[in-house]
Design a protein around this ligand. Structure first.
Ligand SMILES: [Fe+2]
Length: 403
């Protein structure tokens, strides 16, 4: 009998029509609740997934902004008790996960509720893994390493954004080896993602810019990924379009709710795209630099993205034609390479307009570390779906160009 085992796409295949046989599409996302005022639904969401006493993971900035206080009555209304955990830093560390997990067990919690950015959501996911599977969080590096059921998760993002509220990934910093470890698998898809765009209004302009460019890098990397398909492509393109329109306004006027809603929508779309189509070399390299130097994830993506696009466009310019159009480039009549170059210029213009540093030298990165970054980037889960195969030498060249 003929084998029907799916095979991965060959390098060089685009996102256009492919043979029916041997090409399998999958798409996983949580239940999604979206809209201004939906924070009032948070208690019902926790109850609906079986939570009675969630660990509520947040961070000092979100607490100071008052969002946990705003959520509290909605939890009390449906008799949901909760235990607060806010001892974490950006780029959550392995030891912070361990401390949170010990508190989770001691408190008798039965679910995870995160109200915060990607760091809060990733820490909550890591605690959920340990709760169901035991061991140390770094044991789960890779895909589908956590095989036992984990507690239900409700994620309320406050940035636009990490996409972690819909993704099947969490990223934890290995403080011994000093790089970020990507943990992935179906089990890590939260039960519910609840986005109330009003929660984005208390982000600073700088955080808005960094997290917004992170979302743009999710959208662009997933749009050109080896694993991009008809289910994720439209979401990625819509996200690019939305970010280009709304991000400058959100940075300029933090209280512009229409811009915040536009960014929340685009971040959600980018998150749904990348959790299925995966990412590429921008994230694979950013994880190494971010883990070593504890620098903001979105800032590193902003600096690296145009250089990775330029590297990829040398062999796969066609992948960037739709990206260029979504960024507002009049691509009709342009050859693929010209369209790709225009898209790269738009990314660089956007970063400049948002006052984001443009070189690794501006943020304290030492070229002496490029060899280490190159070696470790090839271990990252996202390197495999970069459209162009990447060698250690390629990573070094990208870092030099981005310096
Ligand atoms: Fe990211």
């Amino acid at each position: 009998m003929e084998q029907l085992t799916p095979t991965p796409p060959a390098v060089g295949e685009g996102v256009g029509p492919r043979p029916l046989r041997g090409r399998v599409s999958k798409f996983v996302i949580p239940e999604v609740i979206f809209g201004v005022g939906t924070l009032a639904e948070v208690g019902g969401a926790v109850r609906r997934v079986g939570g009675r006493c969630p660990m509520l993971v947040s961070d000092p900035g979100v607490l100071a902004a008052g969002w946990v206080d705003r959520a509290a009555p909605h939890l009390a209304d449906v008799h949901v008790g909760w235990r607060l955990w806010h001892e974490l830093t950006p780029n959550p560390k392995d030891y912070e996960v361990q401390a949170a997990f010990e508190s989770y067990v001691e408190s008798g919690c039965d679910a995870l509720l995160a109200i915060g950015g990607g760091s809060c959501i990733d820490l909550a996911k890591a605690v959920a893994i340990l709760s169901g599977n035991g061991g140390h969080i770094l044991d789960y590096e890779g895909i589908d390493r956590a095989t036992s059921p984990i507690p239900p998760m409700v994620m309320v993002p406050t940035t636009g954004g990490s996409g972690s509220d819909v993704s099947q990934f969490c990223v934890v910093t290995d403080t011994t080896r000093q790089f970020k470890v990507t943990i992935g698998g179906r089990a890590l898809v939260p039960e519910i993602s609840l986005t109330d765009p009003e929660l984005l209004t208390t982000m600073s302009p700088e955080l808005t810019a960094y997290t917004g460019i992170d979302a743009l890098s999710h959208a662009i990397e997933s749009a050109v990924s080896e694993a991009c398909d008809f289910l994720s492509k439209g979401l990625a393109i819509a996200a690019i379009n939305g970010i280009v329109e709304h991000l400058p306004v959100a940075v300029e006027d933090p209280l512009d709710l229409a811009a915040r809603e536009g960014m929340a929508r685009a971040s959600l779309q980018a998150g749904m795209a990348f959790t299925n189509a995966l990412l590429g070399a921008t994230h694979a390299i950013a994880h190494q630099i971010g883990g070593a130097l504890d620098l903001p994830h979105g800032l590193l993506n902003a600096i690296l993205l145009p250089h990775v696009m330029r590297f990829n466009a040398e062999t796969h310019p066609d992948r960037y034609v739709d990206v260029a159009a979504a960024m507002g480039v009049a691509a009709d009549g342009l050859d693929a390479m010209s369209a790709a170059e225009r898209a790269i210029e738009r990314v660089e213009q956007l970063s400049r307009a948002l006052a984001i540093p443009s070189g690794l030298h501006e943020i304290g990165v030492d070229p002496a570390d490029f060899d280490t970054f190159a070696r470790n980037a090839l271990r990252d889960a996202y390197i495999a779906t970069n459209p162009r195969p990447v060698s250690e030498d390629d990573v070094r060249r990208i870092c030099v160009a981005a310096y």
